[in-house]
Design a protein around this ligand. Structure first.
Ligand code: ADP
Ligand code: MG
Length: 314
């Protein structure tokens, strides 16, 4: 059973509140007090899985904050509060915690988030960090869901895709030294979009998700929740690295390789001018049609086989 089947089968039946969206979204709605919605997300990062034992702990703290902020801003929300669960390995030098706290404080402030609580414990296992983050969606419509894509909408993505994969390769020691120096920061401290994207998403997006499982898998999540088909144009997708057009295998790695923390969203064609007006780095990469799943087309109209969808943990 993959990660998503497991969640669907074992946990979704327990998530009976409307705000949980059947565990089919990036955030849950906690309350809609009349001036928008309060939303919540949780993400954990684990030594040896999401960061290296040798990574400086201030960068680990920033990564923890950003993977959570990414979910909130992709929904058109502003993060405001976070709690931290720290599971510290027995025998690891506790002095390192100062570095962690410094990075944590800096990054929380950068995003306008206050720490409100947490829990601290120790383990014979790897350093494990979990953060729960709350955000506010000011509009009457609440968070932009994965489920709102409509037939005829355009599909857009922020930034570039592939930094996550290149960063992971750098972390695994698979890149030459110079390239590793360039891409390792994408793994250690993902350079996520700023709060401006939240405003744009809230204004124009019919559905939205942050890219954390690979672009194609996350497009698949929108397709599934929206009960529609996403048609993406391979030649339109902005890639982190110019690759030889022949090297489609490498392009596919970038499209399935995971943690880019960009925002993938759909919007009505009438709103396309808003993308340019925003001044943000945004690209239209496809459209929404009836059906299900994700299609990837080459410039010549031929279809790319997208067998390997993206990253899952099981
Ligand atoms: P994201 O990548 O946006 O953080 P995930 O792919 O991790 O989202 O999770 C998808 C959905 O499943 C989310 O709604 C999340 O809250 C839920 N989920 C994931 N793991 C669990 C779990 N162990 N128990 C309950 N819900 C979970
Ligand atoms: Mg997400």
């Amino acid at each position: 059973m993959d990660e998503f089947a497991l969640i669907r089968r074992l946990f979704a039946p327990l998530a009976t509140s409307e705000g949980a969206a059947g565990l089919g979204d990036d955030v849950a709605i906690l309350a809609s007090p009349g001036n928008g919605a309060v939303i919540v997300t949780t993400d954990a990062i684990v030594e040896g899985v999401h960061f290296l034992t040798s990574d400086p702990l201030d960068t680990v703290a920033r990564k923890l904050v950003r993977v959570n902020v990414s979910d909130i801003i992709a929904k058109g929300g502003r993060p405001f509060a976070a709690s931290l669960t720290l599971v510290w390995p027995n025998g690891r030098e506790a002095d390192e915690l100062q570095e962690f706290a410094a990075g944590l404080g800096e990054d929380l402030e950068k995003w306008g988030v206050r720490l409100i609580g947490g829990d601290t414990t120790s383990t014979p296992g790897p350093l494990t960090l979990s953060m729960t983050m709350h955000g506010h969606c000011p509009g009457a419509d609440g968070p932009v869901r994965r489920s709102g894509a409509r037939i005829g909408d355009l599909v857009a993505v922020s930034g570039v895709i592939g930094r996550g994969w290149l960063g992971l390769r750098a972390a695994r020691g698979e890149l030459p030294e110079e390239a590793a120096r360039i891409w390792l920061p994408a793994y250690q401290e993902p350079d996520i979009q700023g709060l401006d994207i939240a405003d744009l998403v809230a204004r124009v997006a019919s559905s939205s998700i942050d890219v954390s499982d690979g672009l194609l898998a996350d497009a698949g999540h929108i397709a599934e929740q929206s009960k529609a088909r996403l048609q993406l144009r391979l030649d339109r997708i902005p890639l982190a690295l110019g690759v030889d057009g022949e090297d489609e295998a490498q392009v596919m790695e970038m499209l399935t390789g995971g943690d880019d923390y960009q925002v993938l969203f759909t919007l009505a064609p009438d709103d396309e001018h808003e993308l340019r007006r925003s001044g943000l780095e945004l690209t239209v990469i496809g459209d929404v049609v009836s059906g299900e799943g994700v299609d990837l087309f080459r410039a010549d109209g031929s279809v790319v086989d997208v067998a390997k969808g993206g990253w899952t943990h099981f």
